[in-house]
Design a protein around this ligand. Structure first.
Ligand SMILES: [Zn+2]
Length: 147
């Protein structure tokens, strides 16, 4: 997490409050001394709606391992994967919703992978989009190459 004022990564927690559905932390940047607030609840309490209508709690670890599988033996460092996961979690938190469709998260992953590595992108897409036949994968590759 970076300071919203200067982008510095080091800050200290000056106040923590446990509200009904969130842990609210007041933080102070160690560089510019500006204060900002973070909420650590949405991702923890976020429900993911699957395509069949089932809901399950958002699982950061599951998201990370899904990306790791797609990125296996590709030139993508674990730091990069961690960073992608953090960015997705932050984006989800920024939406401020209690439920999100699994497709929304999947598309966020695809957006990141499209910029990182095309093989990882296709691997993730084929699992995630349930692309079973070669023609669908081919279409997706063509779409990607057209970008
Ligand atoms: Zn700062």
């Amino acid at each position: 997490m970076e300071c919203p004022h200067c982008g510095h990564a080091q800050h200290k927690v000056i106040d923590t409050r446990d509200a009904s559905d969130a842990i609210r932390r007041r933080r102070q940047c160690e560089k510019c001394n500006q204060r900002f607030t973070t909420y650590e609840h949405v991702a923890a309490n976020l429900l993911v709606t699957k395509s069949d209508g089932r809901r399950e709690p958002f699982d950061r670890q599951k998201l990370q391992s899904g990306i790791q599988v797609a990125a296996a033996k590709r030139p993508i460092s674990s730091d990069t994967i961690e960073h992608v996961v953090s960015q997705i979690v932050e984006a989800l938190q920024g939406m401020g919703r209690s439920e999100v469709a699994s497709t929304v998260i999947g598309n966020m992953v695809l957006d990141h992978l499209a910029h990182l590595d095309q093989v990882a992108y296709i691997r993730f897409a084929s699992v995630y989009l349930n692309m079973n036949d070669v023609a669908e994968v081919r279409t997706e590759i063509d779409r990607l190459m057209g970008r």
